[in-house]
Design a protein around this ligand. Structure first.
Ligand code: ATP
Length: 583
């Protein structure tokens, strides 16, 4: 299969913002893809070579990109750099350079998908002293054979900037339509949730048919997508939603970890399915000591504690994430405890369809409690007073609220889904808005006065899952210390125009690729004529806005942009607020 077929599809995808049209383009692409390379096509379309948990990253730096383009096009690096500055996009710079190429070879073969994929794979794995030369060589060879349009996407993908705006769920829709039917989508999604690997799902369904999806089972070392919680504005609603009875757990304020514990090996994954094993050798040790099973997958929250076992603020654990050096020192300074709350697999038994009360029993069979491994505190409640008392207890022991869990026969573990089997409830005592929200940065405004040269405020958006786009809710200018404020520019990818997945009526001075999620607290949710979040859903012509938004200091690196607070959730919070005011 020629790589140009992908490039044609990408250009069509970029020309639309409608999810249905994107899906139709992908259906065509997937139908015309030979099954033996479908997985490669899926990964490349996601802008990667492997599922995230494999940790194989493509990112090449500026130097490699410039040298490779210059070599392939027969230009000087400075000239290519000029194109880059002019277009603000390394892909467009490559395209321009290749269009004006000085040395055109007559005997080039068209690029194939396999050729591109395999070369990029070799490039991603190149390491050691001479790896930079090797990377330049591979990339310039590919560019030598590429058309200018192919060059555009090759450079974007190796720089980690493909960003077609296609969500994983849209790829799943297209795979279902191309290789099964819309009705079978849930089976594909189930296999994806168990494996976190879209290429694998594509391979199975295209090569062996729907039944092969059932063979995609839980395996140690392969993270599954996390189950998520709904939220409600008041405690009474929890009991209503749970048919009058549920088990509540402390909601620990730490880092969610999915631990895969084998006899000789323990692997840890973040909420976002990145492998974080190396950052927590102490947790590995604690879990191996606590394990009673040959093999188990358990979930828990890692919380910083004092030497006496008291819980400490979440911020302290964030120092340990992403840390590669001084691990020993960090372990000593910030010891952590693992509060286990679920068991998804034990000794050959997939527990995803086992109801929650039984899973807790399995948890007790999988792990014993030790100084650093504990079960989350639980209580089964039927009355509002019992729930309130448990909530207070949780807050006073240093937690941020409670997680209510359904105990009915339907209380299965819904990997990858946000549902009413789990309801979270936490309270920000200072604000009317009784929860923080997670918003996506989509633009920024130039700073003035003391902030000249930096951003004055960021334009923040919620995720509209129905439309698969980001809708603005506020300008965020408070809650930053100076250091953060003046280094903000390094965190985002600016682009010339508004991103196709962003819906905004405000004209920002800078537009960003939606990729960074920040936690925001606010005073209340109001109606606004200028913001586009959930426009028209409460009142014709109005969207929702956050009043007095403030950055809490927490970068939600563990969240993808589609995990941000949704427009629908904000509508729910707005209505709940009205109810409270009316009471
Ligand atoms: P938040 O922003 O409220 O921390 P989130 O949006 O990251 O949450 P949710 O699923 O909405 O994710 O909230 C549940 C989170 O609470 C889990 O991801 C987990 O990290 C944490 N948590 C703490 N204690 C528990 C518990 N006992 N059971 C389940 N999750 C818990």
């Amino acid at each position: 299969m020629r790589y140009s077929a992908l490039v044609d599809a990408y250009q069509q995808v970029e020309a639309t913002t409608k999810r249905l049209e994107m899906t139709a383009i992908l259906v065509d692409l997937f139908k015309n893809t030979p099954p033996e390379v479908l997985d490669k096509v899926v990964y490349l379309t996601q802008g990667k070579l492997y599922p995230d948990f494999k940790g194989i990253e493509l990112g090449v730096g500026e130097k490699v990109s410039l040298k490779a383009i210059a070599q392939a096009a027969g230009y000087g690096e400075e000239e290519v750099k000029g194109y880059w500055i002019e277009t603000g996009d390394i892909g467009l710079a490559a395209e321009k350079a290749l269009k004006a190429k000085r040395q055109r070879s007559l005997f080039v073969q068209p690029l194939t998908v396999s050729n591109v994929y395999d070369s990029l794979d070799t490039l991603a794995r190149a390491s050691g002293g001479r790896s930079m030369d090797a990377k330049i060589k591979i990339l310039s060879r590919l560019l030598h054979e590429a058309t200018p349009e192919e060059g555009r996407y090759l450079l974007r993908i190796v720089n980690g900037k493909l960003r077609l705006g296609v969500a994983d769920m849209t790829i799943l829709d297209a795979l279902a339509i191309a290789y099964a039917s819309k009705e079978d989508r849930a089976r594909l999604e189930g296999a994806y949730n168990r494996s976190s690997d879209l290429g694998k799902v594509a391979r199975a369904v295209s090569q062996e048919g729907l039944d092969a999806l059932d063979d995609i089972v839980l395996r140690l070392g392969v993270p599954l997508r996390a189950m998520l919680a709904e939220r409600v504005p008041d405690m009474a609603m929890i009991l209503e939603k749970m048919d009058g009875k549920c088990t509540m757990e402390y909601k620990y304020d730490g880092l969610r970890i999915q631990a895969h514990v084998g006899k000789d090996k323990v692997q840890l994954f973040s909420r976002h399915m990145e492998e974080i094993t190396e950052q927590f050798p102490d947790v590995i040790l604690s879990l191996s000591e606590a394990s009673k099973a040959k093999e188990t997958i358990v979930e828990g929250e890692c919380v910083p504690i004092t030497q006496d076992g008291e819980m400490r603020p979440f911020q302290e654990i964030s120092h340990r994430r992403g840390r590669k050096y001084d691990l020993k020192k960090a372990q000593k300074e910030v010891p952590v405890a693992f509060f286990a709350f679920d068991c998804l697999y034990r000794d050959g038994k997939d527990l995803l369809t086992t109801p929650y009360p039984k899973r807790r029993k399995e948890l007790a069979k999988a792990l014993r409690e030790t100084e650093r491994v504990r079960y989350s505190t639980t209580r089964t409640v039927k009355k509002l007073e019992e729930a309130e008392a448990f909530f207070q207890e949780s807050i006073s022991s240093g937690c941020e609220g409670i997680m209510a869990k359904s105990i009915g026969p339907d209380s299965i573990y819904k990997a990858g889904a946000r549902g009413w089997q789990w309801i979270k409830y936490k309270r920000d005592y200072k604000a009317e808005m009784n929860d923080t929200i997670d918003l996506v940065v989509v633009g920024a405004f130039a700073g003035q006065g003391r902030r000249a040269g930096a951003y004055g405020a960021l334009l923040m958006a919620a995720y509209n899952a129905d439309e698969d786009r980001f809708e603005t809710v506020c300008k965020l200018g408070t809650g930053f210390d100076d250091k953060t404020l003046f280094s903000l520019k390094e965190r985002f990818t600016e682009q010339k125009h508004i991103h196709p997945r962003v819906e905004s009526e405000m004209k920002a001075d800078y537009w960003m690729v939606p990729e960074v999620v920040m936690e925001v607290a606010g005073a209340e949710i109001t109606l606004s004529p200028i913001h586009t979040c959930a426009k028209d859903s409460i009142r014709e012509g109005s969207g929702l806005a956050i009043r007095f938004p403030r950055f809490t200091g927490r970068w939600r690196k563990d969240k993808g942009t589609e995990d941000a607070t949704t427009a629908e959730e904000l509508v729910g919070m707005y209505k709940a607020q009205l109810k409270q005011v009316g009471e």
